[in-house]
Design a protein around this ligand. Sequence first.
Ligand code: BGC
Length: 447
Amino acid sequence: MAIIQFPKDMKWGSATASYQIEGAAFKDGRGLSIWDTFSHTPGKVVGGDNGDVACDSYHRYEEDIEIMKDLGIDMYRFSVSWPRIFPNGTGEINPKGLAYYHDLVDKLIESGIEPMCTLYHWDLPQALQDEGGWDNRETIDAFVNYAETMFNEFKGKIKYWITLNEPWCISFLSNYIGAHAPGYTDLQLATQISHHLLVAHGKTVKKFRELDIEGEIGFAPNTTWLEPYSNKQEDIDACRRENAYFIEWFMDPVFKGEYPQFMVDWFKKKGVELNIEDGDLEAIHQPIDFLGINYYTGHVARYKEDEGLFDWEYVEMGYERTDIDWPVYPEGFYKVLTYINDRYGNVPIYITENGSCYNDEPVDGRVKDAARTKYLKQHLTALSRSIDAGVNIKGYLTWSLLDNFEWAEGYSKRFGIVYVDYITQKRTKKDSFYWYKQTIANKWFEF
Ligand code: BGC
């Protein structure tokens, strides 16, 4: 038994995203997003599921805030549905969309919960996709305009802003691997989009400074960690490429104002020519107030010629797997955090997502999700080790408050600490919820 203790001023929270929980997809003037289109396209989402109703949080946010109050969180991270604010992505504002987020934010503040707002968690207005989406540089301007509207509207209320959630997913997962909306499989397109996203991020940060908004702004890349199977140089290099696909590719331009050359060269070998316009790198290279880190899984891998994009293969190590088949690898969380700390200096970090998929169902009104609690203990222990190693951790937000629409997996995968019955919309707090609540109250746990 050991006591794992956290700093007194560390913030605790949980996270969700608009399309995954809100529902009310056609209500109060909301425009369509690429996820409406994608999920309504046969064959794209498991079970033909869509976010039309989801957790119905658009109508039930007050009940959800009651749940948060019981949990005792300091912070709630949610995202804004861009097409609720601008049904066409730009142009006319939808006042009912703004009103919904005012109600939500006011209620959070009244409840003593700090709102952390993600501006983009993947629901691009379909009208912008029709004009080329993130491949079209006009989408960058539309995003900055939408962000400016939100800053002006919510200044003084929302103090923590995140520009983009997981730019790797927005670019490569959605436009090269094709698993997410809009579902393309084009490496050149995906890589160019990754660049446009960073420009949009940087210009938004610049706008935030110009407007002199009180508060902090950052972005939230997703990370993973591949540990080389051996100390052979080819294994080390292969893992380095894959890690850099998530870390350096998105963070070097922000923190250093340049892309990692070894990755540019690798992409070139794969036929990719990145088009960088004058002033782009300068625009991206804006100081941010904090970095959001999302971490779920990692693995051990070794070099394999012509395997995938970066020439490596997993080596089965017998790690436990969650119900979405992702290996449980808390050591990778520690590695990611210490690596980032060493590479980019002592940047303040919020863990904006960490959590696990286990599909336990209620039995006699109770959900015994012991595996989720174990996952949380393992990852919070890794986090505590990283704090001891000098990483500047400001807060930890678990994914997710509620079971929700898990993108291409539909409702078949549950990540919540609160169970949602999608037919009755009844919420049931899982055992992990009660464990997390106790940990937040104590700021320590026993492992
Ligand atoms: C995303 C969430 C998602 C979670 C689990 C992250 O990639 O930000 O929206 O539900 O991981 O897959």
